[in-house]
Ligand binder design. Structure first.
Ligand SMILES: [Fe+2]
Length: 243
């Protein structure tokens, strides 16, 4: 399995606080059958985490890889960002400050929880017009997705992809989000499940339990597509598999 959304890089955002936290997260991931993690620090959040692409961000990725190698922890780390689609994000994209997942065509994006639906759709269209395919992080958590039943289909019709959080399925964000995540999954509109892990204690980097759950509750093939097949297609910059 490959985790395409994880805040494992130390001391950059509200994820791993330091290198030893990151190592513990990596060990947990490996014990859950995860072979690779795309490190996706929060990026472009106004007044908060910026984490624009820079050589120092690359150094942070390299430092984690070296620590894992030193400890013989068999986990591949790739670079990425979780890009907050604040006003003005296009300018940041044009300036080369935003990166895709492992230099693929796929960009992990998030909205303000109270984003307006029409604004969200317009931002997704703007990214697509730049030749990137947006992967919407945790759609099940946004207000507009919960309030408008057509929102999931609108985003998919535009060409966006959807990534459900492991925690949402397990009820970590409340009943409404749990229900919405299962609705998206059981209608086969989700393209990925990822951990969105922030620490080794809560919101942890594990996928085996949700993989098993989806395999049993919906379909074995779909479970594999969500945590293994499609994440690997992102790593290889290939067209993802639609169920
Ligand atoms: Fe995240």
């Amino acid at each position: 399995m490959i985790d395409i959304h994880c805040h494992i890089l130390p001391a950059l955002d509200d994820g791993a606080g330091n290198m030893s936290d990151a190592i513990e997260m990596a060990q947990l991931a490996v014990s859950s059958g995860i072979k690779g993690i795309i490190a996706t620090p929060h990026c472009n959040i106004p007044g908060s985490f910026r984490n624009y692409w820079s050589l120092s961000l690359e150094d942070d990725v390299r430092a984690l890889k070296q620590e894992l190698e030193k400890r013989n922890i068999e986990l591949s780390i790739y670079h990425g960002q979780e890009v907050f689609l604040a006003a003005g994000f296009l300018e940041m994209l044009h300036q080369g400050k935003l990166i895709t997942l492992n230099d693929s065509r796929y960009m992990l994006v998030e909205f303000d929880m109270n984003e307006r639906a029409d604004v969200a759709y317009r931002k997704l269209q703007q990214i697509l017009a730049e030749g990137c395919i947006p992967i919407v992080a945790h759609p099940e958590r946004y207000g507009f997705v919960n309030e408008q039943s057509e929102a999931v289909y609108r985003m998919k019709d535009l060409g966006a992809l959807l990534q459900i959080n492991r925690g949402s399925i397990k009820g970590a964000f409340g009943r409404r989000v749990m229900k919405k995540s299962m609705e998206i999954l059981s209608s086969y509109q989700a393209d990925f499940i990822a951990t969105d892990a922030h620490s080794q204690f809560s919101r942890t980097p594990q996928l085996a339990d949700v993989h098993e759950f989806i395999s049993e509750e919906i379909s074995t093939d779909y479970g594999d597509v969500l945590v293994n097949v499609n994440p690997r297609k992102v790593l290889n910059d290939e067209k993802i598999y639609s169920f």
